[in-house]
Design a binder for this molecule. Structure first.
Ligand code: KG4
Ligand code: ZN
Length: 340
């Protein structure tokens, strides 16, 4: 009989201090997330040094709570998993150092996890029937990747952003129209009151790889629109700007993904990352995939934004393949997907 594998996972790559206990990659026994968002709102974005300090304050408490909520003790844990990149170096180092100290003290193996692999794996938790191969669009604050998941832990990048990530565009545009940080959820909410056809913002195509994305032109178009309106003494309807911007992002993300579905003959498609919690995006993908008869998967919003349950899910598939890291594991801020 196969033995269960229970993993205690830690995530601290940006501004969420998170820990979770996950059984066999799919069953979440606990999922504790301490969001630092309120702390960074004051500055209009994540301040790395403040984030690092807050992670240090919180990581012990968050991890203890994750163990407590799981009703397990460290003795019943098989491995400690931790995000070791990509992300902010200070925040990553807090998680990696903490995980190593715990692993050493409890004599447990460590599995280092790629943050994007974590986001993709959130889909395994939410959809027990989902197995590779499938294609996943990862849209977060730092990444916009269209990834072919050939097998567990095996990735081929079909397309990626040439400049800003989708979430970064949401955050910058939100700041420009006075909604503040974090931009994504605020634009999502305000867009519901606006007209997505009010302003014709560009849907950028990039040269070279047709599956690559570009969002900096769209961001500039929004800024230009705001300046022109101000110079002409015209009012700006924030709801319409938000809705029209969001629609432009959705059109590009869905458009590229549907092209990839056709070319690569994909029958299973998933979305992941913070931007995947956007209500307009979720609905647009559901409709577009249904039209093509493609099975569509998405994690619930709480597993789209940063959390440690997704790290525990990804770590399980690495663990059963025999992946172990040693106590010299370091934070790798620009770790590439597929690198071990
Ligand atoms: O995955 P995540 O929590 O952290 C990174 O790995 O970056 O993603 C955070 C990003 C932020 O840019 C945030 O504005 C965006 O996800 N986001 C959203 C929504 N919720 C979070 N973007 C659009 N709509 C949302 N509802
Ligand atoms: Zn993330």
């Amino acid at each position: 009989m196969n033995k269960d594998v229970t993993i205690l996972a830690i995530e601290s790559s940006c501004d969420e201090t998170a820990a979770a206990v996950v059984k066999n990659g799919r069953e979440v026994l606990s999922n504790v997330i301490y969001s630092q968002i309120d702390l960074h709102t004051l500055y209009g974005g994540v301040v790395p040094e403040i984030a690092s300090r807050k992670h240090m304050d919180k990581i012990n408490q968050v991890t203890a709570k994750a163990l407590e909520d799981s009703h397990l003790t460290l003795k019943e844990i098989d491995a400690i998993a931790v995000t070791y990149g990509p992300g902010l170096v200070g925040p990553l180092l807090v998680g990696v150092s903490f995980a190593k100290a715990m692993a050493y003290a409890a004599n447990l193996p460590i599995v280092g996890v790629h943050h994007i692999e974590g986001h993709i794996s959130a889909n395994y938790i939410a959809n027990p029937e989902l197995e590779p191969p499938f294609v996943c669009l990862v849209v977060s604050g730092g990444h916009t990747h269209l990834v072919k998941v050939s097998d567990y832990g095996q990735y081929e990048i079909i397309g990626k952003t040439e400049d800003d990530a989708a979430g970064e565009a949401f955050d910058k545009v939100a700041r420009a129209i006075g909604l503040g940080y974090p931009g994504g959820p605020k634009i999502d909410k305000v867009s519901k009151e606006g007209n997505p056809q009010a302003i014709a913002f560009p849907r950028a195509k990039v040269g070279g790889n047709v599956y690559d994305f570009s969002f900096s032109g769209l961001k500039s178009a929004v800024l230009n629109y705001l300046n022109t309106q101000a110079m002409n003494g015209e009012t700006v309807v924030t709801e319409d700007v938000a809705a029209s911007f969001q629609q432009a992002v959705i059109d590009v993300l869905v458009g590229h993904s549907m092209e990839a579905i056709d070319t690569y003959h994909i029958d299973k498609f998933a979305i992941a990352g913070g931007v995947a919690s956007n209500s307009g995006l979720r609905q647009a993908f559901e409709e577009a995939c249904a039209k093509k008869n493609v099975s569509f998967f998405m994690p619930p919003p709480i597993l789209c934004t940063d959390n440690a349950a997704m790290i525990g899910a990804a770590a399980y598939y690495e663990y059963i393949k025999g992946v172990r890291h040693s106590l010299d594991l370091n934070a790798v801020p620009n770790l590439k997907l597929g690198e071990k």
